[in-house]
Design a protein around this ligand. Structure first.
Ligand code: 1PR
Length: 532
């Protein structure tokens, strides 16, 4: 069967294509307004801001055909912003009308003690029977959004499921053959693929759905899980092969050779099968020139996203760029190429430091930085800032204007104080900027998440730098991923218990098979930490 996909070219729908193909169907892209009405089954992944989605629909003349298809109860599946587009409007884009199928508004998560955007795996509570969602099969599903549809009396007959994240919000809507999810089934592992399969394979007759609402856990609130992320530092070795390597305090060479810990696509697939909640690729030679279309990481992403159905992040070299054929690209061009290849998030390292240095000088947003350009088009949740800090010890706080902490880990001369200096070029160059200045400014410029590495801990197996993580978590309201230093499963339990980090990442212990992702998850669950 042919499944029709509405792709208006604003982001990563490759993963939806790959999921449909994985389930044995072929994909046909909407070419005309008529396709929207006549398609046997239509999937509409909403990517980018509410305003961007609605503007693209209006420019293409797709608004009325969509409203007609839904009015005729033809099979329709909306994902993420496509659910929001069914409503009347959104705070994200004031003055831009939605499709107005469901009465009500989309609003931003209020600033509570929870990180915004919500990025991660949360549960759902079914309010009625569904042909697509079976509560007994669903542990957690992947959400990545800063806005949500409100639960209102007027829209109640549409609401299929709700989720708790500081407030109860609409996580799924359904009426007849028309469904839409705030979560991403194509990024929710096997649980998500099962949901997509039900939409693609057809639904059981209405009769099965007529019985009473599910016994389900209508009282139990849902809780977002802490994410366990596998990170693959990728570079070419001295023989020109693209390998997964690993630094020891950022030094990737051992006995003169670049450490070779495996092939990127194979390792990523293994981690997905072991239960990783996300996979991050860092192209640590990002500053070498390749023609953009030949970027070796494009192929890695394309091949990985064919079999890995959890979120993929790519970092390294995301900045404006002139390739070896002297063609210039903006950072948005580079990011867009990665999104088209299957990335869900991009991470910016060095360029974020340079951007913030300029921003702190002027206090003015130019709208031209890589952070702003990519966030405006793809949304804050698609922009991760990879921070490469190292400790600078001082005898007393008066010795520096930077954000100093009193540390329980004294310096080489028994200093009790330190600040965290940001670096560029993979830790090769220290800059006169500290992590608090960097992360606060990046949040103001539109970044949606912090990948918080730590040069002092990287590759040491000595545990996460809890003081650094605590300092950064207290400085921003966007999610933070703790990174660097994990040596055993209990280090993950410790970072989740001692800090409010939203996720924890490791590389070396997974590549060297010293600890499995499964062990990390079991230890965390045993300690009462919410885990998928
Ligand atoms: O500056 O935007 O081109 O991005 C470069 C990216 O590559 C940055 O994200 C930077 O952190 C990363 N990077 C550059 N050089 C290195 C290196 O190691 N020589 N990797 C490098 C930094 C940090 C994590 C590592 C964790 C966990 N490594 O990738 O996986 O520290 O390690 P562990 O669990 O083994 O302790 P740009």
């Amino acid at each position: 069967m042919v499944i029709t996909l509405l792709d208006y070219g604003a982001g990563n729908v490759r993963s939806v294509r790959n999921a449909i193909r994985k389930l044995g169907y072929t994909v046909k892209d909407v070419q005309s307004a008529e396709d929207i009405v006549t398609a046997e089954k239509l999937i509409f992944p909403g990517v980018g801001s509410f305003g961007l989605v609605m503007n693209r629909l209006r420019e293409s003349g797709y608004v009325e055909p969509l409203r007609q298809r839904i009015a005729e109860n033809k099979p329709f599946l909306g994902i993420c912003v496509a659910l929001q587009a069914l409503y009347e409007g959104s705070e994200e884009s004031p003055g831009i009308a939605g499709l107005g199928i469901i009465p009500g508004q989309v609003v931003r998560f209020s600033k509570t003690d929870l990180s915004v955007p919500q990025i991660g795996w949360n549960g759902i509570r079914l309010l009625k029977k569904s042909a697509l969602l079976k509560e007994e099969e669903i542990d957690k599903l992947y959400f990545v959004h800063s806005y949500h549809a409100q639960v209102t009396e007027a829209g109640k007959d549409w609401i299929l499921a709700v989720t708790d994240y500081g407030t109860e919000f609409v996580s799924a809507v359904e009426k007849g053959n028309v469904s839409a999810f705030q979560f991403h089934p194509e990024k929710s592992g096997t649980a998500g693929l099962k949901i997509l399969a039900r939409f693609l394979d057809g639904r059981p007759p209405e009769a099965e759905l007529s019985c009473s609402p599910p016994a389900g856990n209508t009282e139990k609130s849902t809780r977002i899980a802490k994410r366990i992320i596998a990170c693959l530092d990728v570079r070419s070795n001295d023989h020109g092969d693209l390998v997964v390597t690993k630094g020891d305090q950022y030094d990737v060479r051992h006995e003169g050779e670049v450490r070779n810990l495996g092939k990127p696509v194979e390792l990523a697939k293994r981690y997905y099968e072991e239960g990783a909640d996300e996979i991050t690729f860092l192209n640590i030679t990002g500053f070498r020139d390749f023609p953009l279309q030949d970027q070796p990481m494009m192929e890695v992403l394309e091949r990985t996203s064919e079999n890995v159905f959890v979120p993929l992040t790519i970092g390294g070299g995301i900045r404006e760029f002139t390739d070896s054929e002297n063609t210039s690209y903006s950072s948005l061009d580079v990011a867009s190429a990665y999104f088209r290849s299957g990335a869900d998030k991009i991470s910016i390292g060095s360029d974020a430091v340079y951007t913030v240095e300029a921003y702190l000088q002027t206090g003015q947003k130019t709208g031209k930085s890589s952070i702003e350009q990519i966030s405006i088009v793809y949304g804050a949740q698609a922009v991760v800032i990879s921070v490469d800090p190292r400790r600078v010890y001082v005898q007393s706080p008066e010795q520096t204007s930077h954000a100093v902490i009193t540390t329980a880990v004294p310096g080489p001369n028994r200093e009790q104080y330190c600040w965290y200096q940001c670096t560029v070029k993979g830790g090769r160059e220290g800059r006169d900027i500290d992590v608090v200045q960097l992360v606060k400014a990046c949040e103001e410029l539109g970044a949606g998440e912090i990948l918080l590495n730590c040069i002092d801990r990287d590759g040491t197996n000595s545990g996460f730098d809890l003081e650094l993580i605590d300092l950064v978590k207290k400085s921003v309201s966007i999610p933070v991923i703790a990174s660097s230093g994990a040596g055993k499963a209990s280090h993950f339990v410790e970072v989740f218990q001692e800090t409010s980090t939203d996720a924890a990442l490791a590389a070396g212990i997974f590549h060297r098979r010293e600890v499995s992702i499964k062990e990390v998850k079991e230890a965390s669950k045993a300690a009462g930490i919410e885990i998928r």
